[in-house]
Design a protein around this ligand. Sequence first.
Ligand code: TNX
Length: 527
Amino acid sequence: MTARTATIRTLLLGIGISVLMGSCAEKESKDWTLVPYPNSVSVVPGVFSLEEGVTISSSNPELESTVDYFKELAANLNIATDNGANQLIVLEINQGAGTNEEGYELNVSEDEIKIVASHPKGIFYGLMTVWQELKLSGSKKVPCGIVKDEPRFGYRGFMLDESRYFYGKEKVKQLINYMSVFKLNTFHWHLTDAPGWRIEIKSLPKLTTVGGKGNKKNPDAPVKYYTQAEIKEVIAYAAERFITIIPEIDMPGHATAANRAYPQFSGGGSEKRPDFTFDPGQEGTYIYLTKILKEVAELFPSKYIHLGGDEVHFGNQQWGDNDSIQYLMEKEGLADLKEVEHYFMKRMTDTVETLGKQVAGWDEIIDAGADNTNTLVFWWRHDNEEALQKALDGGFNTILCPRRPLYFDFLQLGSHTNGRRWKGYCPIEDVYNYPDSTHQFSESEIKNIKGIQGQLWSERFDSDQWFDFMTYPRMMALSEAAWTQKESKNIERFNSTLPHIFKYLDEEAVYYFNPLDTLQRAEPVSK
Ligand code: TNX
């Protein structure tokens, strides 16, 4: 080989390498790391980088608070937003976007992310997708391509019981924050039950000063409740994250704490559950409960107020010996105590409607003669398929929240000790696979199913650690089950995202359970 041909060869080789390197460097690629996983994702080579900051462009005043919120999140990731960066996030509300209110389309090229939605909710979820990618992948880059997404269910809920144990405002805000990040949209707040009454009612102060004392494990625990100002603060915090809060004032059972405060409205209870019910025989009870519901209705913007209505038979035995109830039965022609219960629910439903709201209730309310156009039914008795069938056949808007697998006070691992069982328990994969693993719904049934909800009941828990351990990451499995279409669900992909979620939760000192390494963390110790 001559010197000249050697030089040409080196030159050509050099060009070849630089062309190769050039294309690699320009076309760095990555996949999305997301829960819930979007319903349609196409990734092309290339990334959008926020390393030099990002300019958010939206001329729509409706999006102002969402944009401010996203800027705050970006700042926490050390991403500058008002620094004149060329990289653009463009937000566009377009009624013809072809997605439902919560859906969005995300178009990512190397210098622009465009999010189009028909409603601010969709823009919010599009931005959450971007934020989640940055946070979970631990980089400042987003994959190029197109995401088209909208939720499978319009109602994606989580219920927290703060009567049995009061976790408090900061813990609730943290929960609401994670709910929004993982695209859940309804927080059902169980504020009253036997151990404690947790919501200030200004016209009836003893409900909280007397009824707010104690919890399930310790009846002498100091008074704990939310003032109306605190409730407003939590509602505003949730609204900024597109989460609706449905308050629950449980009646006519589970009323023990209220009855401690105002015993004149107690309908008695059983030996095991004294003063469990309100008294449906007295006119005064209806006036009293209407006062309560009026303040609740004024406080919460939610269209629904949840009236409970569950497990009345646990403590209505004394209704049989109550003169005013006997009189009511005669006057109204009520044949038995079941009919008394239904009479009570009907009157309280009328009250709620007079206050401009609609009733939500546990599945027992179907038998209480609830009206199918206005009532939202929560099917919780997993061992009572008939109740679900009645709800669906009856045309009720129905939320699926069965004990198994959606009660997070149930065990998640067989060797754990503190949690409920019912011929089995609630491991994370059962939550993830719900409802498809359990039900096959017809087209007409599906129309009545508005969504799914997980519940954390608190009888057995007495700390934030317990809250974390039982809730996370089952809540993330719930979020994918609620958002992602059956065909797009994939538990291996979900499991491979969990370590990224754990890193995030570790930074926040959350005591989650790790189902991939069950020995990593022991069950918390109760006080
Ligand atoms: C049933 S769900 C209840 C709650 C308990 C829960 C414990 C429902 C409507 N009632 O009062 O806390 O089981 O798992």
